[in-house]
Design a protein around this ligand. Sequence first.
Ligand SMILES: Cc1cc2nc3c(=O)[nH]c(=O)nc-3n(C[C@H](O)[C@H](O)[C@H](O)COP(=O)(O)O)c2cc1C
Length: 366
Amino acid sequence: MTIDELYVRAVRAGYEGLVRPLLFTMHGGDPEKIHGQLISTMGHLPDSLVGLIERFIGQGRQPVDVAGVHFPGRIGVAAGLDKDGVAAGIWSPLGFGFAELGTVTAHAQPGNPRPRLFRLIRSGAIINRMGFNNNGAEAMAARMANLGVARGNNALGCPMGISIGKTKATPLADAVDDYLFSLTTLAPYADYVALNVSSPNTPGLRSLQGRHELEELTGALVARARELDADDPVPVFVKVAPDLTTGQLDGILSSCEQAGIAGIIATNTTIERDGIKGSDARYASQAGGLSGSPLTAMALDRVRWITAHTDLPVMGCGGIMTPADAQAMFDAGARLVQLYTGFIFEGPALVMGINRLTRPGKGARA
Ligand SMILES: Cc1cc2nc3c(=O)[nH]c(=O)nc-3n(C[C@H](O)[C@H](O)[C@H](O)COP(=O)(O)O)c2cc1C
């Protein structure tokens, strides 16, 4: 066993033995309250502690250039973990090479009624139907400006992607204008913008993945990015659902290539319920998207299919719970990976393990 492996094991043991039991039981075990508290705490750590975290946990990132953006590491925070950028400054010290903040919408909104977040501990999974609770695109822009973030300046140690979605109250027919407002508001701050058309928790949203709808949306957003900065438009990525047929995915890839989309993020949560174990079955009927271990094989399969059918760069996301899962994504051609559920269950040791124990796969070629 190498020193790196031993070190990762020690940090994992500390998280599993001390931090996770506390995190899973605070606030009477209410996962949303715990999450809010955790993000808020991580956003307010003293500089001295952030420095120690960076020194002992955040080393070993492996840089890569994708879509014209220099990423100091290949692992990112998936959208939804830090919806309003409250903890934006902690992701790089923890070893992430980028963070996808959001999803934010043109207008602030409360999201769905609680409870709307369920931890399936035996299954290594989460079901959520948050429904884009967020403070809105303008609040995110103000927060980024406050933190000194401007596109390309890496003020927080790594690129900040920002995910945008449709405001619930905006009719689907006006979706393009809603997304355009968010893109225009956030382009000065975002190193890339992710179009979220794949959340299962906003009624009708995923119909924007239809070929005609997506052509219109991606065409308008890429044109706006070029108007805002003709020499160096902000790269726009599209995030897809795992629950698509290959025929649908094919249509999405053609629309994205034609519009000048910079890359694909695969995948969002699934509406399937396979892979839920034992007593967690009581949650299976909860509406929402399932993430974590039950999604691992499905997301990997979609990434394999996508990289075989397009030269657009791919960020792999979905059920990455171990360094080996990340390695499988890289070997399937993903240039970057993102974590949500794996980070909740495994903590910083997962980021350390991926940074130190994986190598670029065939996706490194492009
Ligand atoms: C509680 C929760 C909230 C999420 N919110 C968003 C979101 O706002 N936007 C988005 O694109 N994806 C969102 N996601 C999906 C994740 O970004 C990711 O695509 C998905 O969870 C699969 O990755 P994982 O298995 O590593 O969690 C959310 C996931 C969870 C668990």
